[in-house]
Design a protein around this ligand. Structure first.
Ligand code: IPM
Ligand code: MN
Length: 399
């Protein structure tokens, strides 16, 4: 089979090390690929005023598949302060390059599986009757609409006159906001399109059908956010009725869902949500299966075949400069397995997943988070595995 080219986008901070170690695991598992590195992240913001240079977009357009490490994001003013002085006059505004990638390539389907590994000391446990301790095994896949909603970027502070006039045509705006001076208003829109809503819903139902999940839960807030959440739930009802009658359709509100997380997390199967609520609910479930060291994701556009695979953790700058890296690479390794699934290399993906499961179940090699230490440089002396040692253990288990 022809060798693939994968775009490696290490990004910032610990993104670099988890990506490097993951590529080592991929090689050892027999995945044949060339890697080309793409520039992305804070360094390019500071020096070029653009954290997502055009040359990186071109690379991805060409090779279609990227592994992405992590990115540093800072609020507007802090970002401006770090910009090289000659760029500061240009009126540049920092925006997250990962959100930029999603928008540019229409990577509208975001998939975030949250599955408990047997023997993971970080698995969520709860109290039963008396002294009973229950460890629910979570097996949830979150489908997050990845390009619209609150992430659409249509927002203003002190909105332009025409926008203000349009808002004034809404009776609720007149009643609740017209006494506030325009200069004191900030507006972020939440726009849903039928097309994108249908795509994420169908992706969710299709996944449930293919992998035998009994339910699809729409996790939104249709009782309050009637237009957008309401539309998503209504469309889900129609799609379920016409095409997936064998799958149950559940409807939860995001707030209640977060409360139920610890009550009955093993009840849920596939969950589908808009952009912001999908962001929230996926972090919530990730917390139950070990946190950010275990949270992987895929984001892709099924039409173009472009996909970006990334752990959902940040760049953790405070860990980036340790002599020996201590962070858990499993989320990145798992994200790479999602990439392998996407390009039909399922056998290698299964092999790696089995190796990861074995290392976790044996419990001999644990990064500091798994060993429940606080993240300091001395964790290695105290017996925690380094990032490299965890990757080595996974590689050993492949055999
Ligand atoms: C995620 C992250 C991003 C998001 C940030 C880094 C912009 O939290 O991928 O979940 O909000 O989508
Ligand atoms: Mn997030």
């Amino acid at each position: 089979m022809a060798k693939r080219t994968i775009v490696a986008l290490p990004g910032d901070g610990i993104g670099k090390v988890v990506l490097e170690e993951t590529i080592r695991v991929l090689d050892a598992a027999g995945f044949k690929a060339d890697y080309v590195e793409g520039d992305i992240g804070w360094e390019f913001w500071k020096t070029e005023g653009n954290p997502l240079p055009q040359r990186t977009l071109d690379l991805l357009e060409k090779h279609k598949i990227a592994l992405f490490g992590a990115i540093t994001s800072k609020p507007k003013d802090a970002a401006f302060a770090e910009l090289s002085p000659k760029l500061q006059e240009k009126g540049l505004v920092y925006s997250s390059p990962i959100v930029g990638l999603r928008q540019h390539f229409g990577l509208d389907i975001c998939m975030r599986p949250c599955r408990s590994y047997k023997g993971n000391p970080l698995n969520f446990i709860k109290r039963g009757i008396g002294d009973e301790i229950i460890e629910p095994m979570v097996d949830v896949v979150i489908f997050r609409q990845n390009t619209e909603g609150l992430y659409g970027g249509v927002e203003w502070s002190n909105p332009p006159e025409k926008v203000y006039e349009a808002l004034m045509t809404h009776p609720k705006f007149v009643k609740n906001f017209s006494k506030t001076p325009k200069e004191e208003l900030s507006v972020s829109t939440r726009i849903f399109t039928k097309k994108a809503t249908e795509r994420i819903l169908r992706a969710a139902f299709e996944h449930a059908k293919k992998y035998g999940y009994k339910s699809v839960t729409v996790c939104e807030k249709p009782n309050v956010i009637r237009e957008t959440s309401g539309m998503m739930y209504k469309m889900a009802q129609e799609i379920q009725k016409s095409d997936y009658p064998e799958i149950e359709l559940w409807n939860t509100n995001i707030d209640a869902q977060m409360m139920w997380l610890t009550k009955n997390p093993d009840n849920y199967g596939v969950i589908v949500a808009g952009n912001m609520f999908g962001d929230i609910v996926s972090d919530g479930f990730a917390g139950l299966i070990g946190g950010l060291g275990f949270a992987c994701s895929a984001q892709f556009n099924p039409d173009s075949g472009i996909g970006v695979f990334e752990p959902t953790h940040g760049s953790a700058p405070k860990y980036a400069d340790f002599d020996v890296s201590i962070v858990n690479p499993i989320a990145m390794v798992e994200s790479a397995c999602m990439m392998l699934d996407f390009i039909d290399e399922n056998e290698i993906a299964t092999k790696i997943r089995k190796a990861v499961a074995k290392v976790i179940a044996e419990g001999k090699v644990q990064t500091y988070d798994m060993a429940k230490m606080s993240g300091k440089a001395d964790v290695i002396e105290k017996g925690a595995a380094s990032t490299q040692e965890m990757a080595d253990a996974i590689i050993q288990s492949l055999k």
